[in-house]
Design a protein around this ligand. Structure first.
Ligand SMILES: *Cc1c(COP(=O)(O)O)cnc(C)c1O
Length: 379
């Protein structure tokens, strides 16, 4: 495989310090108490990133494991679960709810916009008898960041727990887990923290722990059973051997994030620059509001197909851009500006290459994407 610049919305580019962290000698993570301290410290640093005092865990599996583990551990057959749906991940949450016997009540919103809190409030006035609600912080396929800062406190005020998929937002969007009353927050290693794919990051409130420990039915499954993690530090016992090298890598990525003064501000600035460049040049974005800090979703111009655009970017410029699945397949392309991708140089190269490809296929552009980008981020 030739080296490429991966500008997809996850996985992202990995910094050299993170790659080197993987080379460190390992120990036996079950028997060596030093590793329990290292794991705990890594979780404590994650707490700083997401502003929580809740327990944090790192699970051995890509982000999807977190979604499934939260549903497996919290949902019992017959539970009513509210699934907020303004995109593919919001809709997909219901599949996990159903696998574990929950009754998924879908509340659908406009797919082009952030979740409308007034609409949600009107719904909750009629019906709020739910054990928990699931929602997605950043809808990665459409490039929309939902206002979890107002949604979660509202759901909490109506008595239900909140499970938030923040896989593509954690590290790139402001996140105040405790202030916003998020019971279970889910993240992944491969998006804005820019470690390789393979780990789930999860925070879990006391209320959620209490629910898990007072179930009427047993949790079906082992790997997804969060109850096994209770007291891991006190008992010096992990449910399974920890992927120690992956955790070394994640730790290096977390430390890089924490060393920077304000990575979220950088995400905001770069995202705005990319959006303004595309819009001012005359391209159309998929979202109509609530633009994500971490991914930009653009309508494929009529002069070119997604396949051609993707291949030209890859073969001629060695840059990978994202497509989308489901109803967005072939309709949009996506530029990820997460973590290590979210830097001026990489975005400049990407937009310059994109400009070339679009010129080649006679897509009309007002100005050069990469030039507008530079102007916009100077402001
Ligand atoms: C990336 C991502 C996940 C993890 O899913 P994969 O498709 O396996 O990468 C979950 N939720 C969201 C919102 C994501 O962006």
């Amino acid at each position: 495989m030739k080296n490429k610049l991966i500008m997809t919305p996850g996985p992202t580019e990995i910094h050299e310090t993170v790659r080197r962290a993987f080379l460190q000698p390992i120990t036996n993570p079950d028997l060596d108490e030093d590793f329990y301290e290292f794991y705990l410290e890594t979780c404590q640093r994650l707490k700083q990133i997401v502003n929580t005092k809740n327990d944090v865990l790192i699970l051995n599996g890509e982000g999807i494991l977190g979604l499934e583990a939260a549903c497996a551990s919290l949902i019992e057959p017959g539970d009513r679960i509210l699934c907020l749906d303004n995109g593919l991940f919001g809709q997909g949450f219901a599949d996990f709810v159903k696998i574990y016997g929950g009754e998924a009540i879908m509340l659908q919103f406009d797919y082009h916009r952030g979740i409308d809190v007034t609409e949600l409030e009107a719904f909750l006035e009629q019906d709020n008898r739910f054990k928990l609600a699931t929602l997605v912080h950043c809808e990665t396929p459409s490039g929309i960041t939902n206002p979890v800062d107002t949604i979660c406190p509202l759901l909490n005020a109506h008595g239900m727990m909140t499970v938030v998929d923040s896989v593509s937002a954690l590290g790139g969007e402001r996140l105040k887990t405790d202030e916003w009353k998020i019971d279970v927050l889910l993240g992944g290693s491969q998006k804005c923290l820019s470690a390789p794919p393979g780990l789930t990051l999860l925070s879990i409130s006391q209320r959620a722990w209490t629910q898990i420990q007072n179930r009427k039915t047993a949790i079906p499954g082992y790997y997804t059973n969060l109850a096994h993690w209770a007291g891991w530090y006190e008992n010096k016992w992990f449910p399974y051997t920890q992927p120690i090298s992956d955790i070394y890598g994640l730790r290096a990525a977390i430390d890089r994030w924490l060393e920077e003064e304000d990575p979220i501000q950088r995400h905001g600035l770069m995202a705005r620059g990319v959006r303004q460049a595309l819009l001012k040049a005359g391209l159309r974005l998929y979202p109509q509001d609530s633009f994500s800090n971490t991914v930009t979703t653009v309508m494929v111009p009529e002069e070119i197909t997604f396949k051609t655009l993707f291949n030209e970017m890859k073969e001629e410029h060695h840059i990978l851009i994202g497509g989308a699945f489901g109803y967005l397949k072939d309709q949009v392309f996506r530029i990820g500006h997460m973590g290590e991708n979210c830097h001026e140089a990489k975005l400049y190269l990407t937009l310059k290459a994109l400009n070339r490809v679009l010129n080649k296929y006679q897509v009309p552009l007002r100005g050069k994407l990469h030039h507008i980008f530079l102007q916009e981020i100077e402001i």
